[in-house]
Ligand binder design. Structure first.
Ligand code: SF4
Length: 247
């Protein structure tokens, strides 16, 4: 029987910190504006791809003023490889215009103001706050955090804002900044979406999903072994493929 999330979370964080002591965003940036733009571009795109594009974009448009005056087609041409480039270009220009008009050209350093920027919801705002300002006003919930929070039994919610509320109620505030990045690292290395590597996972004894995944993996490998043993000698085809061929 697995203990309630509140009782497991301390040990989960301790082990994550030990495994990923340098956890931080993989996006390259030097200023709050750059991490804001990079995070907008990272939607539905890999961090590696974004990191290839942003040096070109930031060189041509180094300030919020420059981005605010940019032509949409020119931004689109640069960011096209990140996908959804029309929406992203529109959001970047609109956010830059608001930063210039309402915040004196500086990216705001608090949640309430950040989420007034077009294209910026809590996830993006949390990443900007934690990465650029080392401020914890929440926990960024992206696809990895959503998946791992569910598998680890930390939240049964589907809506990112509700997942964030669940996490904020059990994760100590001093761990909010790193919690997203550690779960992202674990989601990429071990608890992958399609095939979680539960046998290798250092959270196995703290995870309510481990048993289920391990049982499914063992059933699958037993079925594969049985099928291999039923194949006629020398044949690489499965028995059902052989039967189909005879018909
Ligand atoms: S035990 Fe499996 S499901 Fe649980 S966190 Fe580890 S890899 Fe993910």
């Amino acid at each position: 029987m697995i203990a309630p999330a509140k009782e497991r979370i301390g040990e989960i964080i301790r082990r994550l910190r030990k495994a990923y002591p340098e956890s931080r965003t993989a996006l390259h940036f030097e200023t709050p504006l750059q991490i804001l733009v990079a995070t907008i571009l990272a939607a539905q795109c890999t961090d590696e791809k974004v990191n290839q594009i942003t040096p070109i974009l930031f060189k041509k448009y180094p300030t919020a003023e420059a981005l605010a005056q940019a032509k949409q087609e020119e931004i689109e041409a640069i960011i096209r490889p990140t996908g959804f480039y029309r929406n992203k270009a529109r959001a970047i220009i609109a956010a830059a215009r608001k930063i210039v008009s309402d915040f004196d050209g500086q990216v705001p350093d608090n949640m309430n103001d950040l989420i007034t920027l077009p294209g910026v919801a809590r996830k993006t705002a949390n990443i900007v706050l934690s990465s650029a300002f080392r401020k914890a006003e929440g926990i960024a919930v992206d696809t990895h955090v959503r998946r791992l929070a569910y598998r680890l039994g930390l939240s049964r919610q589907k809506d990112p804002n509700k997942i964030e509320q669940d996490l904020m109620s059990i994760v100590p505030k001093t761990d909010w900044i790193d919690f997203n990045y550690m779960l992202v690292d674990h989601g990429r290395k071990i608890c992958q979406a399609r095939k979680p590597l539960c046998l290798e996972c250092f959270l196995q004894d703290l995870c309510p999903s481990a048993k289920e995944f391990l049982r499914a993996a063992s059933l699958k490998s037993r079925a594969e072994a049985r099928q291999t043993s039923l194949r006629p000698k020398g044949s690489k085809k499965t028995l059902s493929q052989e039967r189909k061929k005879k018909k």
